[in-house]
Design a binder for this molecule. Structure first.
Ligand SMILES: *Cc1c(COP(=O)(O)O)cnc(C)c1O
Length: 397
């Protein structure tokens, strides 16, 4: 029962999440089931993690098969699933080498370390500063928290790392003004997910790329949320025609198993030598087999086509809501990373949708965020939209 599990959880778990009253026990496709047997249409997908929905047969089979063969060894040996996954990522991106970790924060930690080493070795001792954007989100470790341009996450955890500067997103002049000889990298999300679904402008990202080229500064794209097809391309940078020097991935990479990746061009990656960076679990056989099966399924099942079609379809429905309800101020996003800015806080709408069996999310207090599985159907979108319409009608703006 939901209630029993919640009571025990409150007794034993640190109180870091607003979990509500529900315990999910099973998932199938776009649906989750709780411990009391109630079904939910999942338009959050584990915060952009379950890209192929729950219990995807090919991913489940890959996990079971690999578990029976070899779950873990160490990175003192070559690991075949890790090599296969690396080949898949590299042949499908503009990056040349990859390092595997266990989460988005760890991938970004690796990117920060690599950028500092590159800065020092190429430009000299004082070149270690990294510029990030206001409203960004890069993780919860101390370095990635420092990189995260949101005061609310910094509270109570200082002192932070030195050498980070923040600039308004999509404002090239402000960014250019912060660049000095100490700058080794610019770290940006092509679309700010946690920060409220703010889409990077193409002209802005192109100008940033040109500035980085001119000054030999690394452009790091944090594609932890935007990667793996979420925006309609395998990686969001493809939609901008802007190549990063370094890219980080996690969330959807393993469709639910914990895996993160740091990718870089050869000229950057070559600054990491044996002993410079590492991870005990990173790239272990189990998670790499799951991630390989995930990418294989994204390819085999024409997932990117579905993201583009369903993204347009869903966005059209959300724009129609904006015409209908005054409290909806904006609809934005790309592919199946969509946001709806409200004139008030969104928690009440999220709770009412959950009550009616549809899981959506609210980020940055006032932005409803929609992250359905990438293989979502139009019938599932219709169902979510119908429930949202019912809920919106009960809202007093
Ligand atoms: C979720 C997220 C992270 C952090 O990933 P974890 O796996 O929670 O450490 C970093 N960057 C972005 C853009 C994210 O959306």
């Amino acid at each position: 029962m939901n209630e029993d599990i919640k009571t025990k959880g409150q007794a034993y778990l640190m109180n870091t999440f607003n979990r509500g009253a529900i315990c999910m026990v099973e998932g199938q496709g776009s649906y989750l089931k709780d411990a009391d047997g109630k079904q939910y249409l999942d338009f959050l997908a584990g915060i952009a993690v379950n890209a192929l929905g729950h219990n995807h047969p090919k991913v489940t089979a890959a996990i079971a098969e690999q578990a029976a063969k070899l779950v873990h060894c160490s990175n003192f040996y070559w690991i075949e699933p890790q090599v296969q996954l690396a080949e898949k990522l590299i042949t499908n991106s503009v990056l040349d080498k990859v390092f595997f970790g266990n989460s988005g924060a760890e991938a970004n930690e690796g990117a920060i370390k690599l950028a500092r080493k590159y800065g020092r070795e190429v430009h000299g001792e004082g070149c270690y500063e990294i510029i990030t954007a206001d409203n960004s989100f890069h993780g919860r470790t101390l370095a990635t928290l420092t990189a995260t341009g949101q005061k609310q996450f910094h509270k109570d955890y200082d002192p932070f790392l030195e050498g980070f500067h923040y600039v308004p997103f999509n404002d090239f002049e402000a960014l250019a003004a912060k660049v000095t000889e100490k700058t080794c990298a610019i770290l940006l999300e092509p679309i700010q997910g946690e920060g409220g679904v703010y889409v990077g402008d193409q002209a802005y990202l192109q100008q940033v790329r040109a500035l980085c080229d001119e000054k030999d500064i690394l452009l790091i794209f944090d594609e932890v949320q935007t990667g793996m097809g979420r925006t309609g391309k395998l990686f969001a940078y493809e939609g901008y025609g802007v190549e990063p020097d370094v890219m980080t991935l996690a969330k959807a990479l393993g469709n639910g198993v914990p895996i993160g990746a740091l990718l870089a061009k050869d000229a950057v990656a070559s600054h990491f030598k044996p002993g410079d960076h590492g991870s005990t679990f990173g790239g272990n056989p189990l998670v790499c087999a799951a991630a390989f099966a995930t990418i294989q399924a994204i390819e085999d099942e024409n997932i990117l086509t579905n993201v583009n079609e369903m993204g347009n379809y869903f966005e059209g429905k959300l724009v129609a809501f904006k015409e209908k309800y005054d409290f909806i101020l904006d609809v934005r996003g790309k592919g199946l990373l969509l946001g709806m800015e409200l004139a008030m806080k969104g928690a009440d709408i999220v709770a009412k949708c959950l009550e009616k069996g549809v899981i959506i999310n609210c980020t940055h207090d006032t932005v409803l965020r929609f992250l359905p599985p990438l293989n979502v159907t139009s019938a599932e979108i219709d169902k979510a939209v119908a429930v949202m319409d019912e809920v919106f009608q009960t809202i007093e703006a």
